[in-house]
Write a protein that binds this ligand. Structure first.
Ligand SMILES: Nc1ncnc2c1ncn2[C@@H]1O[C@H](COP(=O)(O)OP(=O)(O)OP(=O)(O)O)[C@@H](O)[C@H]1O
Length: 254
């Protein structure tokens, strides 16, 4: 699934939140979206998902303008897990995840056993199978986050857009989620704050005050100079023997 942002620009009440974003997400890649608080990551993800429409420019999903596609067609192609996703608290986890199948159902295509199997597999993939019958409102923050991801997986999208998917997760579940994402045969765009996690992405796109200031391999984007300029931190980038990825050590705020 190929996604292109072409001069994507968005403003609210005269204030630019994003300006002139040109970005191509290649089929199958894991692209990390990074940037300081308020740099526009969530805004860009909503535009890439077709939930908001650019004020200027356009988003192309497999060469087609996403604003011209029906919600149902978009939902069959991509899934977005937002940072503050809400869910009807009265339903059970399994029902919530089953909503991921909605874009595929119709009077001519009712719910089938196959849908139930897809939902069960999605719950198992995020380690939530044992909580399928639990009421949503009884879940912890991290369990909710994993259940939201399960709902997105149940959509069987070609493209997964994730907004800080690990911010409520303990370290085990953070690593498990990253291992899961790495091995999914999907295109993934993931907004992240943990820059050490970001190093594991195929490419990174760095936002700074609504502009895309760098796109490329993680080690090209996350240099000590850029960490200082954009994130306002002094950092060392350490290359450990026998470790494929470098590690960032943050020393102090500028
Ligand atoms: N509806 C709105 N009206 C005015 N300003 C908005 C609106 N929505 C977002 N913003 C502002 O746009 C900027 C970008 O917000 P956004 O949530 O996209 O940033 P972010 O990079 O995801 O931040 P964070 O890392 O804190 O989650 C912020 O300064 C935010 O306050």
């Amino acid at each position: 699934m190929k996604l292109v942002a072409d001069d994507v620009t968005f403003w609210v009440r005269g204030q630019y939140l994003l300006e002139g974003i040109d970005l191509t997400v290649h089929p199958g890649e894991k692209l990390g979206l990074i940037g300081p608080n308020g740099s526009g990551k969530s805004t860009l993800l909503r535009l890439l998902a077709g939930l908001d429409k650019p004020k200027r420019g356009r988003v192309l999903l497999n060469e087609r303008d996403i604003s011209r596609l029906s919600r149902r067609d978009v939902a069959r192609a991509l899934a977005l897990v937002e940072q503050q996703a809400t869910t009807d608290a009265r339903i059970e986890v399994q029902q919530a995840v089953s909503l991921g199948r909605t874009p595929f159902l119709s009077p001519l295509r009712p719910w089938r056993d196959e849908d139930a199997r897809i939902v069960a597999r999605a719950l198992d993939a995020v380690g939530m199978g044992h909580l399928a019958a639990r009421r949503w409102q009884t879940l912890s923050g991290g369990e909710r986050q994993r259940a939201h991801l399960a709902r997105a997986l149940a959509q069987q999208p070609g493209l997964l857009l994730l907004d800080e998917p690990t911010n409520h997760l303990d370290i085990h579940h953070q690593l498990a989620l990253f291992q899961l994402i790495e091995h999914l045969p999907l295109t993934v765009v993931v907004a992240l704050h943990d820059l050490n996690q970001a190093l594991a992405c195929d490419r990174l796109a760095l936002l700074d005050r609504g502009r895309l200031v760098a796109v490329g391999a993680p080690h090209e984007v996350l240099t000590a100079a850029r960490l200082r300029q954009t994130f306002g931190v002094h950092a060392d980038i350490l290359h450990l023997p026998d470790e494929p990825l470098p590690v960032m050590r943050f020393r102090q705020a500028v």
